[in-house]
Write a protein that binds this ligand. Structure first.
Ligand code: PMV
Length: 322
């Protein structure tokens, strides 16, 4: 009976992924760019169980049912097809981030699950193949396979993977404002945005342009340019989300206060740029020199933490027992 464990970290997008071109294959409408963090890991163990009739999924010691379980089962079906297996598995996962609070728990979760499941089912995947596989669980997981800065190419099934990008030395300051699950899942909200926002086509074309500019800024080590594009693109993503029908708003009044405070610190000479994913929490892109100051200033709004670029997904163990 094979068992494997893997660990992955969340990533925060500087150029956001929002919208699928193909929902089954999880192909994005445009490419994106992110930084994998070195905090808040998810550790997942997959144990094959030939006697089981169904998969099971335990998160933080609690047996999961409904959507959480069916997403894991659907993902394992992709792995089973690749491995030509019909054996069910017991999945246990420990996450150090609050699930569904907008800090990309699904990215770390599916990157760890992809590596653990691939190893347990005996697949020998290189980094690119693992990134493509993680994509099938959750789009943002494509990038958590990769350490540090990662670009996710839009591509077709073969060409839609993430890879490492060289760039300036960066830090992120996480500002945790909300631990409550978001009202509308990013999956559902993406579909609604694509179907109902009149701005969606402009979002798609401008995202590809922003990505090219951001990649140039990385190559030049230009923190100001990369930071400017990061904050701009966060505003654009939230604008397109807010323009769908019925509207969805992830940012809270406190999130906007943090954005304003970050702009004030920037005017005072600090290099800091705010962004937020599908939730109220704000993450600030900054430099090693400015990170502690930024974290201290923002701690009146919420719990802050200085985070460094982190590793890609790591296989911790693989065992085979009779
Ligand atoms: O991977 P998903 O389906 O949870 O999508 C997350 C999308 C954002 O986090 C909002 C943006 C991004 O690029 O990570």
């Amino acid at each position: 009976m094979a068992e494997a464990s893997a660990r992955a970290h969340p990533n925060i997008a500087l150029v956001k992924y929002w919208g699928k071109r193909d929902a089954d294959l999880v192909l994005p409408v445009a490419g994106s760019l992110s930084l994998t963090l070195d905090e808040f890991p998810t550790t997942t163990t997959v144990r094959l169980d030939p006697a089981a009739v169904a998969d099971s999924f335990t998160l933080g010691g609690v047996a999961q049912q409904g959507t959480q379980l069916s997403r894991v089962t659907e993902f394992l079906d992709v792995v089973r097809e690749l491995a030509d297996s019909d054996v069910r598995a017991a999945v246990t996962s420990i996450s150090e981030i609050p699930t569904d609070a907008g800090l990309a728990s699904s990215a770390a979760g599916f990157a760890a699950l992809a590596a653990a499941a691939a190893a347990a089912y005996g697949l020998d995947l290189d980094q690119r193949a693992l990134s493509r596989l993680a994509r099938r669980g959750s789009g943002s997981a494509t990038r958590s396979v990769i350490p540090g800065l990662a670009v996710w190419h839009a591509g077709d099934d073969e060409g839609s993977f993430a890879e490492a990008v060289d760039g300036p030395e960066l830090r992120m300051v996480t500002v945790t404002l909300s631990r409550t699950p978001k009202a509308v899942s990013s999956r559902e909200a993406m579909v609604r945005t694509a179907r109902t926002s009149p701005f969606f086509p402009a979002w798609v074309t401008s995202t590809e342009e922003t990505l090219q500019e951001a990649l140039e800024a990385c190559a030049q080590g230009d923190v100001e340019r990369l930071g400017h594009l990061t904050e701009l693109h966060a505003h654009r993503m939230h604008a397109v989300i807010e323009s769908c029908d019925p509207p969805i708003r992830y940012l809270s009044p406190t999130s906007l206060e943090v954005f304003d405070e970050v702009a004030r610190m920037r005017e005072a000479g600090r290099r800091c740029y705010a962004t937020a994913d599908a939730g109220a929490n704000v993450v600030v892109l900054t430099t090693p020199e400015d990170a502690e100051h930024v974290a201290a200033e923002l701690s009146v709004h919420g719990e802050t933490r200085v985070v460094r670029p982190g590793p890609g997904v790591e296989l911790i163990s693989r065992t085979e027992s009779a």
